[in-house]
Write a protein that binds this ligand. Structure first.
Ligand code: BDR
Ligand code: CA
Length: 309
């Protein structure tokens, strides 16, 4: 199995993404969860990491990371994920608290111990990853890959131009995308097609296990805003799609292109400017997902969540 570090801001779709990861031991060897500010504050995302471990019946260390973006004012998404980040009734207590070591130090130490082996799956703002790259300039070349849910080839979700994870720390995203690391990006242009329709939510609930029930409850909470604001039939499974693509790369068609993040404050702050047609003739720095087999993705998610307790 591929050694991975899961970095995120749970966040209900981060939690479901991590359940999918823990249910896939043939493909993924999860070394740790690292948490970052984002959907809710760092204390909450770190607590929610412990809750997700308990839900998955898994036990790996949790490291808390950056509690704010590099430069910009903090933004959260409590309107989408609830004040606590995991809006479900039947949640276990966290089975782990955070280690003493900072997430960024953990990432640097672990990647250096295992050069070219580790995949960092980031499903939140890229603050921890950017800090690790600044602390250890050799790191981009030592990682096997960074897989990021964030950005978009087209429109945003938090502003007309920007996706939430990119907007929540545009400077960090620009550092990571232009670091020379191997980066695969799963943005809104594909994740908004991975929709938890009411029928799919019922199939998750019908699995009969706690992980399925909690996932269904979380996605039901989330569906309202996706229907009203985005005109979808349910919540988008953003973060689970990024994890699924590590397990099954063939779920998405990728295209290599130049991607830069707008770091100037203005209408396009946080926009991932994707040179889809190569008009700038700048070298490709990111493999961008441009098509998804959303049915195959959902069947994988369902089958895996069904394996949990
Ligand atoms: C991303 O933003 C967060 O709210 C979700 O967890 C996901 O990572 C989608 O824009
Ligand atoms: Ca997230």
């Amino acid at each position: 199995p591929l050694p991975v570090i899961l970095d995120g801001d749970p966040g209900l779709d981060d939690a479901i993404a991590w359940l999918l990861a823990f249910a896939s031991p043939e493909e993924l060897d999860i070394l740790a969860l690292t948490t970052v500010h984002g959907n809710v504050g760092l204390d909450r995302t770190t607590r929610n990491a412990g809750v997700t471990l308990a839900l998955a019946g898994a036990d790996v260390p949790v490291y808390a990371g950056a509690d704010r973006p590099l430069l910009r004012d903090p933004v959260t998404a409590a309107n989408v994920h609830g004040e606590m980040g995991l809006p479900a009734a039947d949640l276990p207590e966290p089975s782990r608290g955070p280690e003493a070591e900072h997430a960024v130090h953990f990432i640097v130490r672990t990647v250096r111990e295992r050069p070219s082996e580790i995949t960092l799956v980031a499903t939140g703002p890229l603050t921890n990853v950017a800090l690790a790259f600044r602390l250890a300039p050799d790191l981009p070349g030592l990682l096997r890959e960074v897989v990021w849910m964030g950005g978009s080839t087209g429109e945003g979700n938090r502003t007309p131009s920007a996706e939430f994870n990119a907007l929540a720390d545009p400077h960090a995203a620009q550092i990571v995308l232009t670091s020379g690391a191997q980066v695969r990006m799963f943005g809104l242009n594909v994740t908004m097609q991975a929709v938890a329709t009411p029928e799919r939510v019922e199939r998750l609930r019908g699995l009969g296990n706690r992980a399925g029930r909690v996932s269904a409850e979380l996605l039901t909470f989330y569906a309202g805003i996706y229907r009203e604001r985005y005109g979808l039939s349910g919540g988008a499974l953003h973060d689970p799609l990024a994890v699924a693509a590590v397990i099954r790369p063939e779920l998405c068609r990728m295209k290599a292109m130049n991607v830069q993040v707008e770091t100037h404050e203005g209408l396009n702050f946080g926009r991932t400017v994707c040179d889809l047609y190569g008009v700038t003739e700048k070298p490709a720095n990111v493999e961008v997902a441009v098509e998804v087999d959303d049915r195959a993705f959902f069947e994988l998610l369902l089958e895996r969540v069904g394996r949990l307790g």
